[in-house]
Design a protein around this ligand. Structure first.
Ligand SMILES: Nc1ncnc2c1ncn2[C@@H]1O[C@H](COP(=O)(O)OP(=O)(O)O)[C@@H](O)[C@H]1O
Ligand SMILES: [Mg+2]
Length: 583
């Protein structure tokens, strides 16, 4: 019973089936036909070795198979091959054909699995990209990276293993039925003992494989996390001289993962060697028993030869089934994680593509009505019962101590996070969250300069015209944004100009330059609602004044929300609200 459950668990991988495209399913269908042909060709190969050995042992004997005898008679009239050569050629032809078909199956299996892996990878990544912001607040990036990068590989391995199991099972059945035709006693006895050996092994290892699978899934994630954190904080790590701390965590995770993998490779590969010996011993013993009881001496050699040949072909096939079973068992938990994520793909993406073409009307005002918000990990409300009206074209200032919820309030206004109570309305239309909501129709109106600017390792122009293909960048708008954000001198001073690279996460830029890129990005997007979240904190007085000039020029053309403590910025706000700290 326990073993049955484990087998069922393993076939959970079939859950992935739903997320595979029809094209790949058709390719898999073609592969199954090939697998059946391969089974048939195995039967032919095996059937043709017996007459060959028979004639080799006793040149006087006849070809017993009717079809083969007819072909032999037919060829004799013009090729005049003798019986032995004829049977040798027939056997070699079938043997080569079988090998070629198996080669083709091997190639297609790897190829189709790789393409399926790519499909699943794209689906997983897009499922993360299209998830609401709140999902990302609660989920660890290492978990997501490990799913996309490593756990997809586990899925490919599993798909390949399932195909292997099916293919091997069909070949096993084909060879088995043929061998039974040759000698039922030796075949059944030998095969039953081999199968019993593997079954016992699977039963003994069942628990251990389950533990390996769980550990593996966990370690893949921790390993990604240790790399990500180690390299992500490299500046602080160098200054604080704590490389060793991160190295230790990595060493532990990496070592454990590799040892676990080595262990499962060993578990998967080792029985073969024991069985090769056991198989031959068993074959010899049963043959001797058989000969003593029934057989005559002349017929035993071709019989033994045929069965030994059949077993030699059956052993790797059973071994293949077993090792695929081990691979499936050790990847089970990684696949369950993947299926969990894939459940959320599809609908949201199609929906977003269709609905993001519409844009919410914003002609009059944004109103916040009795908003209360708390993060899921903290029972305290950060914002409580807040009412706020922002008229189109006005400038709103938000002040308050650090941690008082200024950025949180902005996220609520932007429709990134959903308040537990109250509603946000744009021109009277309530912002609705979730897959069928309208927040995506609100985002295009917003130009947001966050507290921390994300810089991608690309050219400066791609960082300003963010997420837009280089060829589709509007040059006039780009130059205007650069000028108004005081970036022109930076660009003039490098020989690469607009193509200047900014380094990973803007490592080649100063804090102030990053903030100006963030500002230029917002200007390039040209939304109706410009939100500046403490964006002048790293600017020198002169640059700040110039940017304030730009903002002043935008007054009335766009609606502006400024989070800042600087009098110079707050001076031209129409209204200022102060958030109280609840902590
Ligand atoms: N993703 C989050 N999950 C849980 N708590 C958060 C999260 N982001 C911010 N907070 C908490 O919410 C409070 C307000 O944060 P924030 O809006 O960033 O403040 P401010 O921008 O005014 O400095 C802080 O106490 C902070 O610890
Ligand atoms: Mg903030």
């Amino acid at each position: 019973m326990a073993l049955k459950n484990n087998f069922l668990d393993v076939f959970l991988s079939f859950n992935l089936w739903k997320y595979i495209s029809n094209k790949r399913k058709r390719q898999l269908g073609f592969l199954s036909i090939l697998i059946i042909i391969s089974g048939i060709s195995e039967i032919f190969t095996l059937t043709s070795i017996a007459p060959f050995l028979e004639i080799l042992a006793n040149p006087q004997s006849k070809i017993e198979n009717n079809i083969l005898r007819n072909i032999y008679d037919l060829q004799f009239s013009f090729l005049s091959l003798d019986k032995l050569t004829f049977m040798l050629i027939v056997f070699l032809l079938f043997l080569t054909l079988s090998a070629l078909i198996r080669l083709l199956i091997l190639y297609l299996n790897d190829f189709i699995s790789a393409l399926i892996g790519n499909e699943l990878g794209v689906k997983t990544f897009s499922s993360f990209l299209y998830r609401p912001y709140e999902f990302h607040l609660e989920n660890n990036t290492s978990k997501m990276i490990s799913l996309i990068v490593t756990k997809i590989d586990s899925a490919i391995d599993s798909i390949r293993s399932i195909i292997n199991i099916i293919c091997s099972a069909i070949i096993l059945i084909s060879i088995f039925t043929t061998l039974i035709g040759i000698n039922i006693f030796i075949t059944t006895a030998t095969l039953a003992s081999i199968l019993l050996f593997y079954l016992l092994l699977a039963l003994i290892l069942r628990k251990r494989l389950g533990v390996i699978s769980k550990k593996r899934s966990f370690l893949i994630r921790s390993q990604t996390q240790s790399i990500q954190e180690g390299l992500g904080f490299i500046r602080d790590i160098i200054i604080d001289n704590c490389q060793n701390y991160f190295l230790k965590i990595f060493t532990f995770n990496d070592r454990s993962l590799r040892i676990i993998d080595a262990r499962s490779y060993f578990i998967a590969g080792s029985p073969k060697y024991i069985l090769e010996v056991l198989g031959i011993i068993f074959l010899l013993v049963t043959s001797i028993l058989y000969k003593e009881n029934i057989g005559n001496e002349l017929s035993i050699i071709p019989l033994l030869g045929s069965i030994a040949f059949g077993m030699q072909r059956i052993l790797p096939v059973i071994q293949q089934i077993y090792s695929s079973f081990v691979i499936l068992s050790t990847n089970k938990d990684s696949i369950l994680d993947l299926v969990e994520i894939l459940k959320h793909t599809g609908k949201s993406q199609e929906f977003i593509n269709a609905s993001s073409r519409k844009i919410l009307k914003f002609e009059e005002e944004i109103s916040l009505e009795k908003i209360s918000f708390k993060y899921s990990n903290n029972p305290k409300y950060i914002i409580e019962n807040l009412n706020l009206n922002i008229k189109k074209g006005s400038v709103l200032g938000i002040i308050g101590k650090s941690g008082s919820g200024k950025s949180t309030l902005i996220d609520i206004i932007m429709g990134l996070i959903k308040p537990q109570k109250g509603s946000v309305k744009v021109d009277g239309v309530e912002l609705l969250f979730g897959e069928n909501g309208n927040t995506k129709q609100w985002f295009p109106r917003i130009s947001h300069v966050p507290q921390e600017i994300f810089i991608s390792d690309n050219s400066i122009q791609e960082n300003i015209a963010f997420g837009i293909n280089k060829d589709s960048i509007d040059n006039a708008q780009l130059l205007k944004a650069i000028k108004n954000s005081q970036l022109d001198s930076l660009i003039r001073n490098t020989k690469y100009g607009l193509n200047m690279y900014v380094g990973e996460r803007g490592a080649l830029l100063s804090g102030g330059q990053k903030q100006r890129i963030g500002f230029a990005r917002a200007l390039y997007k040209g939304g109706d609602l410009l939100i500046l979240d403490e964006f002048t904190s790293a600017l020198d007085v002169k640059t700040e004044e110039s940017l304030i000039e730009t903002i002043k020029n935008l007054k009335r053309q766009v609606t502006i929300i400024i989070v800042s403590h600087k009098k110079s910025l707050l001076g031209f706000c129409d209204e200022i609200i102060e958030l109280e700290s609840n902590c």
